[in-house]
Design a protein around this ligand. Structure first.
Ligand code: MRU
Length: 370
């Protein structure tokens, strides 16, 4: 996707040094475009933990490159494997909810363990990181193509009026490598000339909607309106939302969906108002080992300061200000689980299915035995 007309991915190898990863540091968006160099696996882990980059598919791709850097750093002797294993644990622990992160590190561990010499391991880890990145790009494009059919059907009933889509958090290209998951169908519909308008939940406390989704949509020229997190129910009651479309950080094989905190409330409101609630996801986001989202998906709890303080641009500088009484405690649960019964459908790279095990396995039959 483009920023000021220039195409970007969210992560790439530095053109000047193939031992350095470059990312868009999302902490400064939408006000500043800052490119950060990550030269060590520890720097990658910090960038993931402190959310210089975020979003399930992107932290998976970043962790894959982190494992490549670990191969470069590892001592060229019998301690190589030990270093790789320790780094894998550090990267996996950097954020707990998104399963893409664990998946990407496991993929890298496998290829590294199957390759003979340190030089070959470095090469294999880099190639696989590139491949994970490319699979994410291709998968998001496919999610876009499948999701577009839903938007087209709704548009056909609206006689040229815009299709109003409500989204939560940022499941856009900044959360992936390109296109996004929830946003991919929106971009494709917009590019095809279908009138769309997006209600963008601000998504407290880190405001990924207000800062990142709004930025993306603006860059791409998609009509949108930023709303506070509590507005969605009101809009739905008044016929102002045609569909809800969100991403996910971890989906059970039975179709429960963990996404940014507040998603569940949107799903409840959508159900009450008979509005379709869709989730866009690459299959790397499905945790095939679990069935019950409520008890089995680890929910990240982040610093109370993210709730107590708010950051923004003041006189051209990024400033952080205190919002709450200094001594009031705050709780910061970062994700919630939307049960499958509230989900109209899952839009995957292989097609759209219902949020239940039978329907999911029809698209992914190779997972039946897992
Ligand atoms: O805490 P974040 O910003 O990493 O949370 C991201 C989300 O909740 C996204 O909706 C999810 O990762 C899907 S990304 C395509």
């Amino acid at each position: 996707m483009k920023i000021q007309g220039k195409p970007y991915h969210t992560i790439w190898i530095s053109p000047d040094n193939d031992q350095v990863i470059q990312i868009i540091d999302q902490r400064y968006l939408p006000h500043k475009l800052v490119i950060e160099n990550l030269a060590t696996s520890r720097q990658v882990a910090t960038a993931i933990r402190d959310m210089h980059l975020r979003g399930a598919p992107l932290i998976g791709a970043a962790a894959a490159y982190g494992m490549y850097l670990a191969c470069l750093e590892a001592p060229n002797n019998f301690l190589f494997d030990d270093y790789i294993q320790k780094t894998a644990i550090i990267l996996k622990k950097s954020r707990p909810t998104a399963v893409d992160l664990q998946w990407a590190v496991d993929q890298q561990m496998y290829i590294i363990s199957k390759t003979e010499t340190p030089d070959l391991k470095i090469k294999a880890a880099l190639e696989q990181a590139h491949s994970i990145k490319q699979v994410s790009i291709d998968g998001c494009r496919k999610i876009g193509e499948h999701g577009l059919t839903i938007i087209e059907k709704i548009a056909a009933q609206k006689s040229g009026e815009p299709v109003h889509i409500l989204t939560h958090c940022n499941a856009g290209w900044l959360a992936c490598v390109d296109y996004g998951t929830a946003t991919a169908p929106i971009y494709l519909a917009h590019d095809k000339g279908i009138p769309v308008h997006v209600w963008v939940d601000e998504t407290r406390p880190r405001n990924q909607g207000a800062r990142l989704t709004a930025f993306e949509l603006l860059q791409h020229g998609v009509p949108h309106t930023v709303i506070t997190d509590n507005v969605g129910g009101h809009l739905m009651q008044h016929g102002m939302v045609d569909m809800v479309l969100v991403g996910t950080d971890r989906t059970t094989r039975t179709g429960d969906v963990a996404n940014k905190i507040g998603t569940y409330l949107k799903a409840l409101a959508a159900k009450d108002n008979h509005i379709p609630f869709y989730v866009g996801l690459p299959s790397s986001t499905i945790d095939w080992s679990i069935r019950d989202g409520l008890t089995e998906i680890p929910i990240e709890e982040r610093s109370a300061d993210e709730v107590k303080y708010i950051a923004g641009l003041h006189q051209k500088e990024m400033k952080k200000v205190l919002l709450t009484p200094k001594k009031s405690p705050a709780a910061n649960y970062a994700f919630d689980v939307t049960p499958a019964r509230l989900v109209t459908g899952l839009i995957t790279e292989r097609g759209i299915c219902k949020a239940n095990e039978t329907s999911i396995l029809e698209l992914f039959p190779e997972q039946r035995s897992n």
